[in-house]
Design a protein around this ligand. Structure first.
Ligand code: AMP
Length: 394
């Protein structure tokens, strides 16, 4: 960020879409922490910050449950100051407060999605929001894949005065490092439930990666496509040909694809189920694969620990249940080992971030993305509406 904010009001789109418990306490403040460097830069330059965000998916206008006021105690705590709050993001009162805000002060606007216009990308709504600040700062990577009023449309009202914040800058830098600038070998580890969610990204990665590791529920579609018996494991029968096409394309482009060779299977989807470890191609009828097996762990670990660039998206099994977390945990640990040896590792996509945090390994990898869907869409499309809007009309 090269702009100096002295005597300026920075209107910062942050991603404060954080989880809250029943008493409205913030249970994971990662996203608030991710916005701090930008807010602090504005204040240290001698400017003021007007923060805007969404929280959850309110359907019918203002709802207490989705009020951003619940975040104030945590925001005050991490910033070490009293943040002002206004209960409507475009009310007269909100403009009165934002126009009289002093340098060094921070104002939080109420949930943008209390107005339907936000998600519709309404131009007039964006224009009203724009009145709050002199400089627009987009620092909400988690919503950069949406062409909403505050994330993309608003940029046109700041033709010369807009910038990405540190959070988005960091995200873009790390994705580009992985996809375009990384040291070889580059290994992409893909997991999670469905092949259908990850087809485009797999196709993109075949053009970039040296190794692609496939685990999680999506692996069983590949195993079945190759003629294996997968019992009642998760499968997408309409994607069997897609799986074969991906394998053929990888072979053509000399990309190594690693599919599990064994699996931890269970007789039902429960941590209390009977379990055993079998060859992945011979899962008995009535059983389902819920994790990769130990042989597979060894193979995957070997590949990961010899990589210099690593992208991880999606767990290797149902890591939420202790009996099926071994594969995910061992991949997470192998990534940390590789990182220690000098590899650059990017963890992105909701559940792999949840996994790395579950094992408290977030500080042993190079970068943990704040935007699951946004990261995946960026890899798929090469850009995002919220990024384009910033680059296009300056
Ligand atoms: P995704 O959002 O596509 O990354 O999927 C993440 C979810 O996939 C997690 O909740 C995992 O529990 C689930 N998952 C991973 N492996 C399996 C599996 N073998 N069978 C069923 N679900 C799985």
């Amino acid at each position: 960020m090269t702009i100096n904010f002295k005597n300026k009001k920075a209107l910062i789109r942050v991603d404060f879409n954080v989880p809250l418990d029943a008493q409205f306490n913030v249970t994971d403040n990662t996203r608030i922490l991710a916005a701090l460097p930008t807010i602090k830069k504005v204040l240290e330059d001698g400017g003021s910050a007007i923060l805007m965000s969404h929280l959850g998916r309110p359907k019918d206008g203002p709802t207490d449950k989705y009020s951003l006021k619940h975040l104030l105690p945590e925001l005050n705590r991490v910033l070490g100051m009293q943040v002002k709050f206004v209960d409507d993001c475009i009310s007269e009162e909100s403009f009165r407060i934002s126009s009289s805000i002093k340098d060094g002060e921070v104002l939080l606007l109420e949930n943008l999605r209390f107005y339907k216009e936000e998600e519709k990308g309404d131009v007039e709504f964006a224009e009203k929001l724009a009145k709050h600040g002199d400089i627009y700062v987009n620092d909400a990577f988690g919503t950069a894949h949406r062409a909403h009023a505050s994330t993309a449309i608003i940029a046109q009202f700041f033709p010369q005065n807009k910038t990405f914040g540190y959070c988005i800058e960091g995200e873009l830098k790390s994705i580009n490092k992985v996809l375009n600038d990384g040291k070889k070998p580059f290994t992409a580890i893909m997991g999670g439930a469905k092949v259908s969610d990850k087809i485009v990204i797999l196709q993109q990665l075949i053009d970039k990666a040296d190794n692609i590791i496939i685990g999680g529920g999506m692996a069983f579609t590949f195993v079945k496509a190759m003629g294996g018996n997968i019992g009642k494991s998760l499968v997408e029968d309409d994607r069997l040909q897609t799986a074969l096409d991906i394998l053929a394309d990888a072979k053509k482009k000399k990309v190594n694809i690693y599919i599990p060779v064994d699996a931890t299977i269970a007789d039902n989807f429960s941590n209390e189920a009977n379990i055993k470890m079998v060859d992945v191609k011979n899962i008995p009828e009535g059983w389902m694969g819920l994790d990769i097996g130990h042989e597979t762990e060894k193979i995957f670990n070997e590949v990961v620990s010899n990589s210099n660039t690593i992208l991880w998206n999606g767990p290797m099994g149902v890591f939420e249940m202790s009996n099926f977390e071994s594969g995910t945990k061992s991949v997470a640990e192998a990534i940390c080992v590789a990182t220690k040896k000098g590899a650059f590792s990017l963890i992105g996509g909701g559940d792999s971030v949840a996994a790395i945090n579950k094992y408290n390994l977030g500080n042993q990898v190079s970068y943990v993305s704040t935007g699951g869907g946004a990261l995946l869409e960026y890899i798929e499309a090469g850009t995002l509406p919220g990024i384009d809007a910033m680059l296009n009309n300056s």
